[in-house]
Every structure is written in C-alpha cells, then in structure tokens.
Design a protein around this ligand. Sequence first.
Ligand code: NOJ
Length: 594
Amino acid sequence: METSPSSQVVTDSASTLPASSSAGSSHLSSLNLALGNPIAHHVQNPEPMTEDPLWYQHAVFYEVLLRSFGDANGDGMGDLAGLTAHLDYLQWLGVDCLWLPPFYPSPMQDGGYDISNFMDINPIYGSLDDFRTLVEGVHNRGMRILVDIPLNHTSDQHPWFQSSRSNPSGPYGDYYVWRDDDSGYPDARVIFVDSETSNWTFDPVRKQYFWHRFFSSQPDLNYENPDVQREILTIIRFWAGFGVDGFRLDAVPYLFEEEGTNGENLPKTHEFIARIRQMIDAEFPGTILLAEANQWPEDVVEYFGTEERPECHMCFHFPVMPRIFYSLKEGNAQAIRSILMTTPDIPTTAQWSTFLRNHDELTLEMVTDQERAQMYSWYATDQRMRANVGIRRRLAPLLDNSLTQIQLANILLFSLPGSPYVYYGDEIGMGDNIWLPDRDGVRTPMQWIPEANAGFSQAAPADLNLPVISSLSYNPSAVNVQSQLEQPHSLLHWMRNTLAVRKAHPVFGDGALVLLPTDNPAVLAFVRHNAEETILCAMNIADSAQATTVDVDGCAGSSVTDLFSGSVFPSIAEDGSLRLTFAARGYYWFSLSH
Ligand code: NOJ
C-alpha cells in the first residue's frame, strides 16, 4: 500500500488493544484461537447496550457474511458459532450493530436471498440455539443485530411455491403472481440483466408463467393475497421474538405490481410497509426497519413514511455511494455536492444508511448513462469486473490499494449524513477474486492470520466454501487482521481510531449538513451542526496537493481545532473565510467554537 502523507490519526497500537483475558472465557478463547482470531486472548469487558431510542442515528454498522467470517466446526463453511467466536474483534473495532444477510434454509442460488423456509436456520450455519447464543453474545457486548428479510420473493424450492405450481386451486395457489402469458407489466425493468431476459418464466408444472424481479429461481410473492401479507408479519414476529434489534427489508420497492407502472414504489407497497411498522411499534417497540430501496433520493425518502404513517427508521442511500467513487477518480467534488443538494430532508427520527461496498456489485443504477460509462472505464476495465448494472469489486482493489484513497473514501462515509455500514474485510483492505462467479468474488473468507485458510477454517483448503484470496497483493500474508493489529499505522487501526473519533461526536449522526462554498472544485467542505457542536469537514478529493478558501458563513472569528490531534489552527477570519492547504487526498475534521 502507498503510505499516507497524513499523520492526522496516530494512536499507539499497544494502548488500543483490549484488556487481557478474563475468567470464564476459556471456551471462547480456545475457539477463537482455533479460528485464528488474533485478539482471542484479549477478551472485552461486557458493556450495556445504549438505551437511546434513536441509537441507530449514532451507530456504526458492520455487514458480516456468515459463510465467510469464521468456521467453527471445520467444514469449510462459516457459521453462527464462528461469528460468535469473533465478537470480541467487532466490539474492539467499535461496531455497534451487525447486519447479517439471510441465514435461512435455502438452495443458495442467490447467496441465501432465495429462501425455502423463513422460520429456521440453514443447517450449514448451525441451529436456532446457535442463533440465540449469537444474539446473547452480541447484546452482552453492548452491540445490536439486524437480520435480513427478503420479503419480495421466495426460492422456487419453498413449499409454498411447490404447492402453488402443483395445486392452483389449493391454499397456496394464489401465493405467487401467475399468468397465462408473459405480456403483463411490460414497463417493469429486468434487474439481473446478466442472467434474465424477462420477469416472466414459464412453469412446466402449472403450465403458466410466474412473475419474478430477480432470478427465475426466485418467484415473487403475490402481495394482493392477504394470506401472503399475514405470513410475512408472522415471519417478522418470529425473529423479533429472538430479541433481534431490527430488520433489513430486502428489495422493498417491488412488493406489488400494477399495469401501466414500472412496478416500483407503488402506494400499496408503502401501505404494507406501514403495516409492518405498526405491528413492530405495537408488539416489539424499539426494533428498527431498514429499507433496501435502490432508488433516487426523492423516491427513497417515501420509505421513511410520515409522522402519521411511519414506515422505516433507516433507508440505504444508494445514489451517494457511486458518486463518492466518481468524484475520487475525477478529482472533483461536484458529483457528491449535487447529490447532497438534491437529497430531501428526512424526519428527525429517521436516518440514512450509508456504505461504500456490500456483498453485491457496486450498483450503477442510480447514475446517468454517461456517468456509468465513465465509471466502467475507470473501475471495470476487465469485463469480468462487471455484474448486472455494476462492478463486482471490493473497496481496496477499486481504489488501487491506495491507503490515502481508502482513508478518504471512509472519511466521506463517516462524515456525510447517515450511519456508516462497513463491509466485512474492508477494514483491513481485503481484495477480491473476479474469477469467481456472480458476486462471490467479493464474498471470500475473512483474512485473520497469515497462515493456511487465513485462520478462517480448519478444513482442507479445497473444502472451503469459497477460496481464500491468493493474489500477490491481497493474499493472507499481505493482508490480515493479525499483522495490522501489530502495526500502529495500519488501515485497521486507522479505521478503529477514526470510528472512535466519530463516535465521540454525536453530531456526525444527528447533525444538519450545510455545504460550504470553496474556490477550488477539488475540495468538498461542509459543516455538521446540532445544538451542542459544530464540526467543519473539509476534504481534498484530488490526487495532488491543493489549497482553497472556504466560506464558513456565520462562523466569523470561531476557533478551529483539529479533532484528531487537538492541534489549534488559525481562527476563521472576520469575513468568514478560512484558508486551508491539503496534501493529496488530505482531509480535516475541525471543531469550531466561539
Ligand atoms: C438485494 C440483495 O442485496 C441481493 O444480494 C439479492 O440478490 C437481491 N436483493 C434479491 O434478493
């Protein structure tokens, strides 16, 4: 990796390691060691969960793929016990809430988003008891957990579909969307363009076509059927009963269909989400809903609902993500500025979920055709790097394994409005494998130690569910948690320290955003402020040193203190201007006070 020109975050690694082993943790410790968890002997102290009802506005989220995080039983597949064994690490990192993609029984045609039984655990991951243990372990460390409910569709192996196709007049006959021909809803786009040519597939058993927005092995549920709506509420109640803290609602825009529309964000869909929210508020208060709606900001905000009829607490902000990558290559902050300017205000109890990467392709649905072509030419020169409408690569390889770029991208993630979601492995700069099919290239085993299987599993390497990355720059000897723990200036320590700084300033989670004029298009500057504090964030998006004058209107004479080092900078001038110079990809978080 390139070395960072900035020495803004400096913490001694020894002082950041957790306190050493406590009594009663020997089983966990030995499992940790078997899995190669390098901080196994540094067990964290129990911590209470915050009782703040708006906890999600200040939380750091972490997406963790069970299949690739830790394999406790040595069968080559990550599992619930393997994740439980690594909770100390996540607590140490500063994670407040885990997001687990689906872990239900599934033929795994879509990474588990194709479900054959919504109310059990896929045996490859463990049992319901293992899930209980995980939830308890998460809560004992003061963390929380979101589970993922793909409510738009099931697997074609689900008993509902099997019954629906073979017994059209039976109780499940109307659980899916069946037609005699494939001419319905012509305005609905195909989402998985790499594998599907139509949203209709002919079923030779029922001799009718069924509707599906994703793979043809994932038939869409028929939400016009009140029984389907009831089933989904039952499923949500089932998991809420385990004490989970929230639900990611997968693919929410597509629940209902209607002729003459594109089948996205329909009023009936919003009505049903509001119904889920009503049930949750009445029966499981404090549990949150997160919408996965890959839509433009003005359409996404509808998923927050209204004060009278609330829907979700959080929504992913899809459009801001590709613009971070666009700006970094262009060396110009304009793309980020304009999406922030067109993002509507959200209710005070709501929050954006922001992210750089996740288990899917870096989606390019929310950019213009021109921007998309530009991004493919910058980031996906090899056809194998593309998937559907997007780019199937991880953060570090996307950003040329440049520490300064990775840090700047994360600084943007941590300072723009919203709560950040870190994708497992990106905190150490893991690589990808474009030779694996579909999106598996960004789902490879977590790299804990520089040894066989990267400490992920004790299975024979050939038996791993996905191979460990073996490329020169990203193999486990080059990239792993253990060696980054030992290097005070590693990306891992930088992530932990920067998250700690962010968490010490709740304004990053709940403050308003005011974009500031600068006289240099490479510099993005904005203020985050609430009643308690004002923070000025300024970033040089370009790959060369830059200078600018920022117009901090209304803050004339304020003192300027660097949040990372405590260094005091020259105050804001009487005309509200602040002169700043930056190293390439440099950034500042300044506390302003009168
Ligand atoms: C969104 C999920 O993130 C993705 O992995 C999945 O393929 C689709 N929804 C369909 O469930």
